[in-house]
Design a protein around this ligand. Structure first.
Ligand SMILES: *Cc1c(COP(=O)(O)O)cnc(C)c1O
Length: 380
């Protein structure tokens, strides 16, 4: 029996990536920028719709960093951030010398809780500072409560940085994720729904904002024949080689979304008779999730020796990768001293939640191996 490792989410090439990369070699356009970068930006603008502008960057983290700069975040400011997320959502707050204020999740989408968000804003204002920005995340590709979060943000005049790193291909009421924030962020890291091996993008409402982001991303060069700088710059642009991979990946994006959704449907079916497991699902038909990762919540049962960790170890013994959900930022050693608002929704999810293999390239044989682990584990 083939017992090779089943990964959570591994790169899945479509076929034409090498053609675009070859073109870059043929024209010796191996440097940063170039026709593939422009092409990828055009592809993404067309895909996202809503007249957005897209700047391709070296990573999603770089896009969050520049996004916060565009929103005017400076040293000493406070930035509200969903606690349950990958650390890359929060780290750029620190790069800028600003202070993160972490917010709990609600239990429907596992994302920013609008009630805790408003409590935090009221309290921060009472303490003397209006937060500068809100970082909202679409975890595992399930959109956050778009309208409720927007209502709170607008009530207090605070812009939203939409971390859509996990949600390319997801939408809410037919509008693509990445286009809801005042600034949007995408990631093409190796484990994401499409990859450029490493890369990301910033999504803006105006051409001027995009130009500004690209200016910062290319060392903030003033227009002069010599190198002249009036502002601090960064080296954050995407290379023409990576962008070639991205153009090939854009051709298969919707296929990959369909395949990830098929993996999610597989888990819904697999766990349908196991009452103590809940598969993470979008709340209703307004939400279209790419299900970048499929996730479950395991209700612990100490008598039967069933809990999240025992299931994870059973998968590991079968050479199947699974992983606890993102550990909330307010529980991370590096962030534990910063303010946190909420109850314990994210904490409980972290205790009992598990991400399962979700790649668009998984085979029937691999699904059968996953199913066998689950059947063997829950039969006890
Ligand atoms: C992957 C990810 C990022 C960072 O993207 P990179 O391209 O890896 O820098 C940011 N936020 C979330 C929620 C992510 O999952």
């Amino acid at each position: 029996m083939n017992n090779s490792k089943i990964w959570l989410s591994s790169p899945h090439m479509g076929g034409n990536e090498q053609k675009f990369v070859q073109e870059a070699f043929d024209s010796n356009w191996v440097a940063p920028l170039g026709p593939n970068v422009n092409g990828l930006e055009k592809d993404l603008e067309g895909y996202l719709g809503n007249q957005v502008h897209v700047g391709a960057l070296s990573s999603g983290t770089a896009a969050i960093h520049l996004g916060l700069i565009l929103l005017g975040v400076q040293a000493g400011d406070e930035v509200l951030c969903q606690s349950m997320t990958f650390s890359a959502s929060a780290n750029p707050i620190m790069y800028l010398g600003a202070t993160p204020v972490f917010i709990d999740s609600e239990s429907e989408t596992w994302n920013l809780c609008p009630i805790a968000l408003e409590e935090a804003i009221i309290d921060r204002i009472a303490k003397g500072k209006t937060p500068k920005a809100i970082i909202a995340v679409h975890l595992y590709g399930v959109p956050y409560q778009i309208e409720a979060v927007r209502t709170v943000a607008d009530k207090y005049g605070i812009p939203i940085l939409e971390d859509s790193a996990e949600a390319l291909g997801s939408s809410y009421k037919g509008q693509k994720c990445g286009t809801f924030g005042d600034i949007g962020v995408l990631s093409f890291n190796g484990n994401k729904i499409i990859t450029t091996s490493g890369g990301g993008a910033i999504v803006t409402k105006t051409a001027m904002q995009k130009d500004r982001a690209v200016f910062f991303a290319t060392q903030s060069r003033d227009s002069a024949p010599h190198y002249q700088h009036s502002e601090i710059g960064y080296n954050y642009r995407m290379s023409n080689i990576c962008a070639g991979i991205g153009r090939g990946q854009m051709e298969v994006l919707d296929d990959h979304v369909a395949l990830r959704r098929k993996m999610h449907a597989f888990y819904v079916d697999l766990f349908k008779d196991i009452a103590t497991v809940t598969v993470f699902d979008a709340p209703n038909d307004d939400y279209f999730a790419n299900y970048w990762l499929s996730a479950i919540v395991v209700e612990p049962n100490s008598e039967k020796g069933i809990d999240r960790e025992a299931l994870r170890l059973a998968f590991e013994a079968a050479n199947v990768e699974s992983r606890p959900l993102w550990k909330p930022m307010h529980l991370q050693p590096i962030f534990s001293k910063y303010p946190y608002y909420g109850k314990k929704v994210a904490e409980t999810l972290f205790e009992d939640g598990l991400c399962l293999p979700s790649g668009s390239n998984l085979t029937d044989a691999e699904r059968e191996r996953i199913a066998a682990v689950v059947r063997g584990f829950f039969v006890k």
